[in-house]
Write a protein that binds this ligand. Structure first.
Ligand code: FE2
Ligand code: FE2
Length: 474
């Protein structure tokens, strides 16, 4: 028997919901089994200085203490209910927000929740081995924090499946623990979540680019007319911000360290930079190109009747839907999308309802561009002449109008042969991955020490010093 408020902090009255208790009692051991198998390698006895959400109050969602990760209190939190809330877009606009699943949208909603839920354990699986090559205790603690919170996000989606979808919800919750990132027989649902995350540069890129896709998807679902989904996603967003912080500052610190070493030693040639044990800026640009392009695919086809249906039905809104100044129905609106016609990229207007994936992708790109310009500032401040850039939206795409075309980072349409000739100037190849991994063969565990290839952060976690013992190995 589980003592619910102690073991599973929650604001869903779990102690009084027998049906939900029974479902979770069955699922929780399976979740722990998954964590032991697929959670961070060798970590089960570590004491990690983690934040745990214990309530949704301002002082309750970031409670810090040493925790062994298998004993992390994965809780269930929804933003408190607003009794006045309505469906704010689509054909049901103006109706009270739904507190139960509308029968006609049941299977669509379940699919949306399962697709979101599947990404959460997937990223833990992708990052499983990285603790063995951490550049510092600070960074080790951060990856573990991201991992336990992705675990909690899985709990959040499983709560919705158990509470609102009966037997098929329980089956879907089991299947979320059965799929495996990168598995040929039973892979995770979305492409980017089956790519390996082989090193720490890839991890920081992933948390900058791919966790931010998570943010935009959660923002769109936080507008949902299905109120429990909206409230769940609102709370998840509070945690997602830290994941993106880890990514942005992680890449920024690597860039900073590289530039410092380049300047000190007056070298620019990538091979000389590498010889000094730091990651050359050209390789960082290639990783950026890779993670950006595979993450753009997560938004789906540029023109999509599914996206139109989700919106019209009131299930998934736009980024900041209620702040947008239009009719929120979009019957007469149009939106520009690009495609390749006769060897050229052309832009045309399509009905806005069908272009909602593209619109969310564009909102995402705006935010990404801001982050990349902050990385650029790190380079500029050291006086090194190097420009980081975002490749063209059509570069290296596998989904949507650009799939099957060979677009250069500058946006030229090439033949397959011409593109392949340049592939490893644009994307990391085996040699690049091999080099980056050669820097990360062991872990740095002395408090306050950092690997040679990364600069220390500006400050520690929760106002602790940089030499604080963020992880104790026992
Ligand atoms: Fe997440
Ligand atoms: Fe995340």
């Amino acid at each position: 028997m589980i003592n619910y408020t102690e073991k599973i902090p929650n604001n869903v009255d779990l102690g009084r919901d027998r049906v939900l208790q029974r479902a979770l009692e069955h699922w929780q051991p399976a979740f722990l089994g998954w964590w032991y198998d697929m959670g961070p390698t060798e970590s089960r006895n570590y004491d990690v200085y983690l934040r745990t959400a214990v309530s949704v109050e301002p002082d309750g969602w970031a409670h810090f203490d040493y925790v062994k990760m298998p004993e992390y209190r994965w809780g269930i939190f929804l933003q408190p209910r607003d009794e006045q809330r309505q469906v704010n877009f689509g054909t049901h606009k103006g109706q009270p927000a739904w507190q139960e699943v509308p029968g006609e949208y049941r299977s669509t909603l379940r699919r949306i929740i399962v697709t979101q839920g599947d990404t959460e354990p997937a990223s833990v699986e992708q990052q499983k081995m990285l603790g063995l090559s951490c550049p510092s205790l600070y960074d080790l603690r951060n990856i573990f924090q991201v991992n336990v919170e992705e675990g909690r996000h899985l709990w959040a989606m499983v709560y919705l499946l158990h509470r609102y979808f009966g037997r098929d919800g329980r089956e879907e919750a089991e299947a979320l623990l059965a799929r495996r990132s990168g598995d040929t027989d039973n892979p995770r649902i979305l492409g980017a979540f089956n790519e390996p995350t082989p090193d720490w540069l890839a991890f920081y890129m992933f948390t900058f680019f791919t966790d931010r896709d998570g943010k935009f998807q959660l923002c769109a679902l936080a507008e949902s007319g299905f109120d429990p989904l909206a409230r769940t996603c609102r709370f998840m967003l509070t945690e997602e911000a830290h994941h993106m912080f880890v990514g942005e500052t992680g890449v920024g610190r690597i860039i900073q360290r590289t530039c410092e070493v380049m300047k000190e030693n007056k070298v620019e040639d990538p091979s000389e930079v590498r010889a000094l044990g730091v990651i050359d800026l050209q390789t960082i640009q290639k990783y950026l190109n890779f993670h950006y392009s595979v993450t753009l695919d997560l938004y789906g086809s540029d023109v999509s009747s599914n996206a139109a249906n989700y919106f019209t039905s009131g299930l998934k809104g736009r980024f900041r839907e209620t702040k947008l100044d239009d009719d929120h129905v979009l019957i007469d609106a149009s939106y520009p999308v690009s495609e390749v016609l006769g060897g050229k990229i052309v832009t045309k207007k399509v009905p806005a309802l069908t272009a909602l994936n593209e619109r969310l992708r564009d909102d995402y790109i705006d935010e990404i561009a801001d982050g990349v310009s902050r990385w650029q500032r790190v380079i500029d401040e050291t006086g090194i002449a190097f420009r980081l850039s975002l490749p063209h939206k059509g570069f290296h795409r596998a989904i949507g109008n650009f799939a099957g075309h060979f677009i250069s980072p500058e946006g030229e349409v090439l033949t397959e042969e011409a593109w392949k000739q340049h592939e490893f100037e644009w994307l990391p190849g085996p040699k690049d991955y091999g080099f980056v991994q050669s820097l990360m063969t062991g872990r740095v565990t002395e408090p306050g020490k950092f690997a040679n290839w990364i600069a220390p952060p500006l400050r520690g976690i929760n106002n602790k010093r940089l030499n604080f013992e963020y992880v104790r190995f026992n």
